[in-house]
Design a protein around this ligand. Structure first.
Ligand code: DP6
Length: 338
């Protein structure tokens, strides 16, 4: 017997960052986070459960490259997620997984978010599991790539944590992502400026564990309820000035935690700082654009969609920028015809 499904899922850019893990086993964060799905950076994944298979077979096609068989840690993470889905369905059947990214993996866009959202949606559909959005998001979060749970709902998305003291078992059932607004609620763009393909990759998994070693981490957590509230309000009212000031403060705060963790991580390069200064100068001169930076050197510049071509042109003219990728707000993960 063969049961097949294909899903497509977007990458997302965090306005308020997930940084720091309270329970790595269940991927439970310290704080809620808010993001926008990207409409052009997508992963497409086909999962076929086939009773003739003795092991899971996974191929990954990176942007502009031929598909390659996954091995080691990437394979282990996919198999672990298939195991979670099989346990839910109560079936032992192995699967063939073929995943393809349509954006460069060195672009500073978390490809694992799109990948684990697409894997979970395709895998659940192939097994005939009837999971609602909440359960799909929960299952995706458990993959270990926490931010992937925000790629399930549409548009502008919040990954919630329950109120009250940390309770791993309760949070495991209650920490998932919900849509705050559909993409057409607010026509924003994320112009990604890729500055440095050669920068050494620093994995965020280990750094999520190190966050709590920073003396500034408690200060960051204390600031977050107000920042999350401001971001929700800015999205509801389409207030770009408030959104921009809030996301810049949050990105800086996350990176201060990185730079003061033990051992510290420095993700920014000279190209990163060049863009931060340029964006601030453009803003002073009337072009409303704001920076945010994930766990890498590249910069995401958030602006009104109407300004995206001008922002991309200016970013492309900076000496440190290799290329740009332009995104607008997009829908969440969905099953598509195979
Ligand atoms: C800085 O553990 O979800 O992007 O390392 O790609 O699996 P991967 O991502 P994850 O950490 C995301 C960290 C972040 C902020 C964010 O997206 O919220």
């Amino acid at each position: 017997m063969t049961n097949t499904a294909t899903a497509v899922a977007p990458a997302n850019i965090a306005f308020i960052k997930y940084w720091g893990v309270q329970d790595a086993e269940r991927t439970l964060p310290f704080n809620g986070s808010i993001s926008m799905n990207l409409d052009t950076c997508l992963t497409t994944t086909t999962v076929s459960f086939d009773s003739a298979l003795e092991t899971d077979e996974v191929t990954i096609a990176l942007y502009n490259q031929v598909p390659e068989r996954a091995a080691g840690q990437p394979l282990a993470r996919v198999v672990a997620q298939l195991e979670r889905l099989r346990a839910l369905a109560g079936v032992p059947t192995r699967a063939r997984v073929a995943s393809a990214n349509n954006f460069p993996s060195d672009a500073g866009i978390a490809s694992s978010a799109a990948a684990f959202a697409a894997l979970t949606v395709a895998g659940a559909a192939a097994l005939g599991l009837d999971l609602d959005e909440r359960r799909l998001s929960l299952m995706t979060r458990r993959s270990g790539s926490g931010s992937a749970c925000r790629s399930i709902p549409t548009g502008y998305v919040e990954w919630r944590v329950p109120d009250g003291p940390f309770d791993a078992a309760a949070w495991d059932e209650q920490s998932y992502a919900v849509s705050l607004a559909p993409p057409d609620h607010w026509d924003l763009a994320d112009v990604v400026a890729v500055v440095d393909a050669g920068a050494k990759k620093i994995g965020s998994a280990e750094n999520h564990r190190l966050a709590a070693t920073s003396a500034y981490f408690p200060a960051r957590l204390a600031e977050l309820p107000a920042r999350l509230g401001a971001t929700r309000g800015a999205i509801a009212r389409r207030d770009l000035e408030l959104l921009g000031a809030t996301i810049e403060a949050d990105a800086v705060s996350m990176h201060v935690v990185c730079m003061t963790s033990r051992p510290p991580s420095f993700y920014w390069t000279s190209g990163t700082l060049e863009i931060i200064h340029a964006v601030r100068a453009w803003r002073d001169a009337g072009l409303q654009s704001y920076f945010t930076i994930d766990a890498g050197p590249n910069v995401h510049v958030i602006c009104a969609a109407a300004d995206r071509a001008e922002v991309a042109r200016r970013l492309g003219a900076l000496p440190g920028v290799r290329f740009t990728i332009v995104n607008r707000a997009g829908p969440g993960a969905r099953v598509i015809p195979g």
